[in-house]
Structure formats: C-alpha cells, structure tokens
Design a protein around this ligand. Structure first.
Ligand code: GLN
Length: 287
C-alpha cells in the first residue's frame, strides 16, 4: 500500500478512539518511516514496505487500546524541547507550560538554586535550565525508571546545570536552601474515574494519584518545603482545577506569604505559589 492509502485506512481505524485520528496516524507513520510529517504530503504515492506496514498497524492497534500517543511515538513536545518518554514515565502536559512561564517571571536572582520535585522525564527542570543556563537545578524523582528518561533528555539538550537525584520528595536531599521549588506532583483523587481514561490508564499511578482527595503529596511538599527554601524563596505547584482553595489554606497554615494563583487557558486555577517569609530584601542583604 502507499502512504496515502495507509493514512486513509488508519484514520478510519482510529476514528472512534482518538480525538485526533488523522494527526495520530500521520505522526505514527512518519515515525515508523523515519521521515518528517511533510514527507507524507509531498510523497503520498510512495509504497510502504510490508514490515513497516506491520509495525504501523501494531502501533495503531495499541493506540486504539488506549496507549498514549507519546508512548508510541517515543517523544513528546514540551516548551521548546522534544522529550523522550515511554511506559514508566508521565507524559508532559501542555498545561504544565504555565508553570514554566510563571517561574521565569518570578524575581529570582540570576544564579538561583532551583528544585524540581517529581521531575519524571525532566520536563520542568530541563525547560527551566535551558531558559536560565546560570540556574542550578536539582531534579528529583523517586522512580529510577523515570530518572533514566530524564538523564537521556538532559544529555540530549546538554543541560549540565541540571543534577538528577533519586529521592522521595525531600527525603534524600542534602540540607540545601533553594530560591525556587517547583513541582507538578500527583494530585488526582484515588477514586477519580479520570484515572481509568484512555492514555492516563497506561501512565504510572504514582505520578498521577495522591490519596483520597489528591492532596497527599501537595500537603507533604508544602509542610517540608520551608526547611529547603531561602528567606524570600518561592514554592510553585501545579494542581487540579478544584484544589486552589485547599492549597491556599495549606500555604497559610505553613506560614507562607504572598500567595499567587494562575489560571490555565480554560480559565481554571491550576497553579499556586507562595513565598517563604524573610523577605527578598533580607536575602539580598538590603536593609
Ligand atoms: N493533568 C494530568 C491529568 O489530568 C495529571 C498530572 C498530575 O497528576 N500531575 O492527567
């Protein structure tokens, strides 16, 4: 069969199973043929070998069964990066780019020390480190498999200012003080049906789900963060659309100040932050 014929069949095959059947088919075929997507349009009559057809059909079948597209492609775009991902690591989501945008706007010194908790594929740490080469970023994950993805992604982008550490949140970190701590922790409630949805069901539960109300990880991070923040340092967390109020309470209970909230493009509050008191002025030696 030719490229154009295969794409037509593939689109039909995925129709009821993906919200973007044509795009999925194009990306999967381009990956299988090891060509750019534009090649599919410029050379539509090119015949596809039997072996390549077979691999492509296997990928379509996996997609139909709910495998995340990024796992089948082996990569996911995030910020300016193309990150290697696969089973065992969370697929970076576009909404997490909001965290990158806002972190880069914080008044933080040029040689800041930054901590990314639960780095997964390294998405947040590498995006920040590539934008701010003078920042020193520690990227932590409890999962060795995730750290292997992060290590390959760090290598790919030559981010020498990122250090990978295996640790459950702060447990195995040195007693360092950071200017900024960021995290996209697990925050979905354990009974949330979203966890069984297509794509998500194949991803590591550890990266998604956190206790009865989804806030277990966030509670632990907010409670311990103050021991790892400099005076005037910031904690910035992604969370679910209905968790902003609970998180504001947690920040206040832990004596954080200057709470900030940001909404995603759909207008939902999905990112909250706060400053550990002591004041930036004190931190910079200005009285
Ligand atoms: N936003 C992701 C989802 O809804 C969850 C990511 C996370 O738990 N950190 O699938």
């Amino acid at each position: 069969m030719t490229i154009v014929e295969l794409l037509r069949e593939a689109q039909h095959f995925l129709e009821a199973y993906s919200s973007s059947p044509r795009l999925d088919a194009e990306l999967l075929l381009a990956t299988e043929l090891d060509v750019d997507r534009s090649y599919l349009f410029s050379r539509p009559e090119t015949p596809v070998s039997a072996a390549q057809q077979q691999n492509f059909l296997a990928a379509l079948a996996a997609r139909r069964q709910g495998a995340p597209l990024a796992y089948l492609l082996g990569y996911q775009g995030f910020w300016t990066l193309e990150l290697e991902v696969g089973p065992g690591v969370l697929v970076p989501r576009p909404e997490t780019e909001l965290l990158i945008e806002q972190a880069l706007l914080l008044p933080i010194k040029p040689d800041a020390r930054v901590l990314d908790l639960g780095t997964g594929s390294g998405a947040i740490a590498l995006a920040l480190a590539s934008e701010r080469p003078a920042w020193q970023v520690d990227a932590v994950d409890v999962c060795a498999e995730a750290l292997q993805f992060a290590a390959r992604n760090r290598e790919r982008y030559g981010c020498d200012n990122v250090q990978l550490v295996q640790s459950s949140w702060f447990d195995d970190l040195d007693a360092t003080r950071y200017d900024l701590i960021v995290s996209n922790p697990p925050y979905i409630a354990e009974a949330d049906p979203h966890l069984n949805g297509p794509g998500v069901a194949s991803e590591p539960l550890l990266a998604l789900c956190s206790g009865p109300d989804g806030l277990d990880a966030i509670r632990a991070i907010i409670r311990q963060a103050r021991q790892f923040l400099r005076a005037g340092g910031y904690l910035l967390l992604e969370h679910g659309y209905d968790q902003a109020d609970s998180i504001a309470t947690l920040f206040t209970q832990s004596a954080f100040e200057r709470l900030i909230q940001f909404s995603d493009l759909a207008g939902q509050p999905r990112l909250s932050g706060a400053q550990w008191p002591g004041g930036r002025d004190a931190d910079h030696g200005i009285s």
